[in-house]
Design a protein around this ligand. Structure first.
Ligand SMILES: O=C[C@H](O)COP(=O)(O)O
Length: 248
């Protein structure tokens, strides 16, 4: 049985002080839920997450990591540093990193390997742009991206790797994939993972949907058999909405 993961990607929003208050408010208002809550926040917020969320059943992590283990890499943050702040998850290969920072599949795979070396679970993002979807090449495109981004990535258990399918055209646009379209892609991804890691392993891995997930559409998406939760941007910034997603 796969435990649903509701991962909030805060992107570059909120100050550390705002985050500290938000984390406290969440611990006080946390609903009874079968879902696992996780927050992927800016690096500057992580010490507060570690201090406040610890012991509440809420997990935290970063939105990116260096592909290097250590060294003279000004501005970068290593997986070891994230592990020291008890990060359970960290996003790699988000489409915003791929497009604004020209991150390649090979680089994303490097980053995922650095995280696994430190016991942090990568949430590895894949997904097609609009023109590929319109041309009907979305499955092929996404599976090719998955293959490139998982080169040499060998998680010790199915819980140590999470895939997030995020169609680029649905991110921050208010346009969501229909539950049926999202499910079709998730099924294709799981099929590919079976070939790569074996059926039992792939069956236990979680595949999240991301792209304009909101309290109003979450239940229908999460009800799909191969959708194991969400990677949520905008709606994870508002405490009330995030709480609704945990109980969707
Ligand atoms: O990582 C999250 C995605 O980019 C989705 O963002 P969104 O929920 O604001 O569309």
């Amino acid at each position: 049985m796969r435990k649903r993961l509701v991962a909030g990607n805060w992107k570059m929003y909120k100050t550390p002080s705002e985050a500290r208050k938000w984390f406290r408010d969440l611990t006080v208002n946390l609903p009874q839920t079968q879902a696992e809550p996780a927050l992927l926040v800016p690096f500057t917020h992580l010490p507060y997450a570690a201090e406040i969320l610890e012991g509440h059943g809420v997990y935290w992590g970063a939105q990116d990591v260096s592909a290097h283990s250590e060294g003279a890499y000004t501005g970068e943050v290593s997986a070891k540093m994230l592990a020291d702040l008890a990060c359970k998850y960290t996003i790699v290969g988000h489409s915003e990193r791929r497009s604004y920072h020209a991150e390649t599949d090979a680089l994303v795979a490097e980053k995922a390997r650095r995280l696994l070396e430190q016991g942090i679970t990568p949430i590895l993002c894949v997904g097609e742009p609009l023109e590929i979807r319109e041309a009907g090449g979305h499955v092929e495109y996404t599976l090719r991206q998955l293959e490139g981004s998982l080169q040499g990535v060998s998680p010790a258990s199915p819980q140590h790797l999470v895939i997030a399918y995020e169609p680029v055209w649905a991110i921050g646009t208010g346009k969501t994939a229909t539950p049926e379209d999202a499910e079709a892609m998730h099924r294709a991804i799981r099929g590919w993972l079976e070939g790569r890691y074996g059926s039992d392993f792939a069956w236990q891995m979680r595949i999240l949907y991301g792209g304009s997930v909101k309290p109003e559409n979450a239940a229908a998406l999460f009800a799909q058999p191969n959708i194991d939760g969400g990677l949520v941007g905008g709606a994870s910034l508002k405490l009330e909405d995030y709480i609704k997603l945990l109980t969707a």
